[in-house]
Design a protein around this ligand. Sequence first.
Ligand code: AMX
Length: 481
Amino acid sequence: SSQMKRAVAAAIPEKRAALQSLRRDHAAVPLDTLTVGSVLGGMRGARALFWGGTTLSPEQGIRFHGLSIEQCQAQLPGPEILGEGAGESSPGESADALSPSPQFLPESMLWLLMTGRPPSPAEALSVTRLLNERIESQGGALPPEVSRAMRALPRDLHPMTQLSVGLSVLQRNSQFARAYEQGKLGKADYWAPTYEDAITLIANLPLLAGEVYSTVQAQATGTTPQPLGQWRADRDWSYNLCSLLGYTADSANIRGLTAEQQRDFVALMRLYTGIHADHEGGNVSAHTTHLVGSALADPFLAYAAGANGLAGPLHGLAAQEVVRFLESLQRQLGGEKVTDSLLSDQLWALLRAGQVIPGYGHAVLRRADPRFTAMLRFAQARPAEFGADPHVQLMVRLSRVAPAVLREHGRCNNPHPNVDAASGILFHHYGVRELLFFTVIFACSRALGPLAQLVWDRAYGLPIERPKSVDLGQLMKLARG
Ligand code: AMX
């Protein structure tokens, strides 16, 4: 069995014991009072879910087993373990530019989320190898029934529907479903095939995303779908994802990127997929995966459901709204020299028209989203690359101007940028212009946290999730007391 699986197995007894003692001795301790407002208000703020990998604080943002993004960047193994240079400074950077933050691999994040502790370099490398062995055992490609099913779909089908179909068909290989059906598995062992399925699913994501993107490209150019790049057993997960989208040297290089841009695109992908992996348990994709999995649906079916939720405009699709907004703002401002006051006027016009400023505000956060800060830093560390991109410059300027406007407007609880304010436009810069596709990249990343949690849900033996509902009459009666 894999190193990471042994590390999970080693962590289980202590956590199980802690959970059992909570169940046995403290089950009656109240956490929150449910109100009519919270039942009708999307349960905002109600502490009603158990989630191990990440916590979200309004002031500090996301923590991965207690580690901030900056701490992850400092502590989690990065591409140096693959023999790549650790620094990736670009020639032509001005002396006062921010230096690039150290990169970490999403594989390191997966280890952290699965086991609860950062991996050593050798352990992180073992995750890359594990994922690659899974694909090698499939002959270096998607299982044939998965590609057949995906190729049979209409080419103009929503990219997330294509991904969802691919994830669902992968279910045919579920070790959990097979073991459960054979009835050989004790409840205490459910986590082990769940883990194997999670690895198979995550390993296949770059191939699934590549398959979807080749269809998206074919649709855009009126051609037949062609593979955009080569999967390689000696590369890491993010690199292969970039290759299969056609953005590295092992690909068709569909946007004609320079070698340095290809390297930076991979760095952006590692950053993006590393920090979007999890955002506590209550968001729609995480919560859905957990809910569907609680019925003992296998990880493929559970995460396909989670990914379907991610496709909603209020969740994973928000990045696309920001890109649309920046494009239209840029068009309106045309050739004019963009000044802060001009921008501020535009924002006021938007707010007076009753619209929101996309990419600003958050249901939980009350400060700038540290994921936004990480993406902004990525751009600011590469002035030679991004200095001349009017959309990226507009994004940066907006992040200085919009909070003051929103504060003066006085309506929203958080006037700061969220991650979507920056993420889409950076991919857009390198040529990912198909807005509906952004969510597929998000879905590659978001698999990591919810699937790690699903392994733990089974390790803890959590029951089926089944809250009670109330109808309007009951609510009115309860409200009257
Ligand atoms: N621009 C203008 N008004 C805003 C605003 C923004 N960016 N963000 C919030 N407001 C308004 C709300 O519409 C609401 O107005 P109302 O009182 O007239 O109904 C008021 O401020 C209070 O809202 P809130 O408590 O601050 O936010 P919320 O928890 O209800 O909603 C969010 C959070 C993100 C949906 C909201 O801030 C928003 O619509 N932002 C713009 C869209 C966006 O960036 N979405 C991406 C979210 C990130 C993610 O989760 N992927």
